[in-house]
Design a protein around this ligand. Sequence first.
Ligand code: PLP
Length: 388
Amino acid sequence: MSESFKELDGAFVAGTYNRFPVEVVSGKGAVWTAADGREYIDMGSGIGVNSFGCLDDEWRQAVVAQLGKIQHASNLYYTEPCAKLARLLCERTGMKKVFFCNSGAEANECAIKVARKYAADKKGEGHSTVITMQNSFHGRTLTTLAATGQEHYHELFQPLTPGFVSTPVNDIAALEACVKANSPAAIMLECIQGEGGVNVLDAAFVQAAARIAKEQDIVLIVDEVQTGNGRTGKLYSYMHFGIQPDVVSTAKGLGGGLPLGATLMSEKVQGVLGFGDHGSTFGGNPVCCAGAISILSRLTDDFLAEVSRKSRHVFDELSKAPGVQAMSGIGLMIGIKPEKPAGDVVKACMEKGVLCLTAKDKVRLLPPLNIPMETLDKALAVIKAALA
Ligand SMILES: *Cc1c(COP(=O)(O)O)cnc(C)c1O
């Protein structure tokens, strides 16, 4: 028998991850195959990354075609996929400029740099604070940890980047007071807090944040790293809330499985970054961008309506199922608050061949957006049994 790579990993990979005991070797669509030959239905898509599941034919062809040309050129030169993806993102959102990077944290770093430079350019010194939300998640770099409104992530890594304060979600008065006290560069939020437990923010609160930002010339940053790229049944989740952000950061599902992040800039801030103000060696990699074009160009209205239809089906099936206290989320970003500990439910599902995620005390589902109904139903039957 071949060496277990679970043991190799345990010996040599930094111990930052509490992995499930599944050794993944391959996959097709929404089904993964493990080293022992077992198949699993994937209800997490690698934390919302494999938007069209594993090795989707069109995505794979796009990636392989680009690999046959050049794999990387650096940002010293022009490449076609990078330019075309930027155009596609702007056409689909009304944004004006895109900065490409490799991850969600980096997309947020860029967003924060844009906001701080905008404030410095427009208002001078003393307006650098970024207001974020309690219970948010924005990444693991020292700056995006500072933006993350969860103390337990901060403790071991002081001092973090200064200039961040957090305020409770859905409390407009508290936000107004926080803005008054800090004269901030930016208000930063996730319309649906992902890692924070799949909490959908009140539309009135999101709209108030947008109104305050507009009135006081503050940059509104919406973190769409998890919620973006069709996950919620709209291209970006802010589109459910009737607002137009100044900056949108995204990553996870954008590349369909390859590392790619993007920061989208509206008319208001499009001119903020000039030569030398920001950069990334790998950002806008042509192979990753070719994959992203394949994903984004298929997120049509019809396709997104199908995502919403599948979402309604999941809510219909699980909302009143035994062992379910409450459900949350939009589209195929779904939180289930179980009566049992969420970890126990996920473990029981795994033993029956279905891979789910958790977020705080919830079971979290982020299946591939194109998961076939039949596969979804198989997974739901297992999840239902595990919840009961
Ligand atoms: C995952 C996530 C991030 C961090 O993305 P990385 O690619 O891991 O850096 C940031 N914000 C949100 C909302 C996320 O879900």
